[in-house]
Design a binder for this molecule. Structure first.
Ligand code: 5CA
Ligand code: ZN
Length: 407
């Protein structure tokens, strides 16, 4: 699929420190240690109601990972999927009396527009699940030949315990795994499964549902194996970061890691990184609950996308937080202050501010602290403090390169 246009990312003087990120699997902030090219896979949207603030917060968080790596001197190979065939999309299509493909195309187009408006750097490969079906079928055949796939009726399941490290991504106890699995698309109670946690890798065609012909038969893929197939095809057996919102840690990233590790015999991701959940009206913002604030609605009502981006950046990416109109007002004021600072003839010397911005960003993306640093500089510059004539342009470049905010 086409991704979207890349924003400009200025090169700053010097290089930033190694990026430290919290890893869900080890429950620690650890240094990322990519080679010259960092490899990142972030789970994409299921395109039936995009882009709400929760989505935006998650993709902006991983955009910061991308920017921090660029600043530390790495190239970044970033891959993202679109889950353009899935139960919720089919359910929505029936509800609305629309073709599922029409909904997927429309919502994916809107997502691209929103990501462009928010200055999110696009993935190098943006791949629809439908495009990946032949590849999924090959991986399932390979798992089958390795003895880790079995049939229940004509559906195929992956034996999660084929991976001896199964459970080490989300670190949940067995009871909790069963509970969450049932809540998030799993089927622990289906008769005929060898283990309740085994996950679907291929679903035989159902009446009135789309299906594809493959060597596995006529059907469609299970969810987790789609992301694994796309990541392995484009990034290779080991990636630096597997990303998504915290609702994906289990089962999605747990199952995906096990499938990939059985396929390759190698560790799948060095870091499993999860963004917190954004709420609204007392609940996690979710398509199924329908309590959504959309990026596109705000944009069309005249809100500057850079204010939306700043409203997201005011929260540390790992905390759960609630969207509020008040937060957006604060971000709009901040944007004006920063623009005043950038337009000033002079400002405080840039170098110590850049050093602090980089230190906070590379320390597990501490954006609230980065914003404080820029606030201090901008307040001083708009107050005529400082006598560096280069500083306003340099600060504008740093805010764009590190935070993705155009002043
Ligand atoms: N297509 C799958 C991933 S393969 C999926 O989870 N799609 S999604 O549209 O439901 O979510 C897209 C991304 O946004 C995921 O990383 C998800 O964790 C994240 N997300 C969804 N709701 C929220 C929320 N309320 N707050 C923060 N992130 C969210
Ligand atoms: Zn995914």
């Amino acid at each position: 699929m086409d991704s979207w246009a890349a924003p400009s990312v200025p090169k700053l003087p010097g290089t930033g420190p190694a990026l430290q990120l919290f890893d869900t699997a080890t429950q620690q902030v650890r240094a990322t240690a990519p080679g010259p090219t960092a490899r990142m896979y972030v789970c994409g949207i299921t395109p039936y109601d995009a882009t709400h603030m929760g989505h935006a917060a998650t993709y902006v968080a991983f955009d910061l990972v991308y920017r921090a790596w660029l600043d530390a001197g790495h190239d970044v190979h970033y891959v993202q999927n679109v889950t353009d065939i899935d139960d919720p999309l089919l359910e929505r299509a029936v509800e609305r009396g629309e073709d599922w493909r029409t909904i997927a195309l429309r919502e994916t187009a809107l997502f691209r527009e929103d990501m462009t408006a928010l200055n999110v750097i696009p993935p190098r490969e943006y791949i629809g699940a439908v495009e990946a079906i032949p590849s999924v079928a090959e991986y399932v055949l390979q798992l089958q030949s390795q003895g880790s796939v079995y049939a229940v009726d004509n559906d195929l399941y992956f034996s999660v315990h084929a991976d001896p490290t199964f459970g080490s991504v989300a670190n949940l106890d067995h009871a909790r795994m069963l509970e969450i699995f049932a809540e998030r698309g799993g089927d622990p109670d289906r008769p005929g499964k060898r283990d309740p946690l085994d996950c679907l890798v291929w679903q035989d065609a159902r009446p009135d549902e789309p299906a594809w012909n493959t060597p596995l038969g006529h059907g469609r893929p299970g969810w987790h194996i789609e992301c694994v197939a796309i990541a392995l095809d484009h990034l290779g057996p080991t990636i630096d970061v597997q990303g998504g919102g915290s609702d994906l840690a289990f089962p999605h990233h747990e199952m995906g890691a096990s499938e990939a590790q059985v396929l390759t015999g190698q560790t799948y991701a060095q870091h499993y990184v999860h963004a917190g959940m954004v709420g609204w009206q007392g609940h996690k913002m979710s398509k199924s609950r329908g309590n959504l604030v959309f990026v596109s609605q705000l944009r069309h009502s005249g809100v500057d996308p850079m204010a939306i981006r700043l409203a997201l950046l005011a929260h540390h990416y790992r905390t759960d937080w609630a969207w509020t109109p008040h937060g957006l007002e604060g971000a709009t004021d901040r944007l004006s202050l920063w623009r005043m600072g950038a337009a000033a003839a002079k400002g405080p010397d840039f170098a110590p501010y850049l050093e602090r911005m980089r230190r906070h960003l590379s320390n597990d993306l501490r954006t609230p602290e980065v914003l404080d640093v820029v606030d201090t500089w901008a307040a001083a510059a708009s107050d005529d403090t400082g006598d560096s004539a280069d500083a306003p342009a340099l600060m504008q470049a740093a805010v764009l390169a590190l935070l993705g905010v155009s002043l």
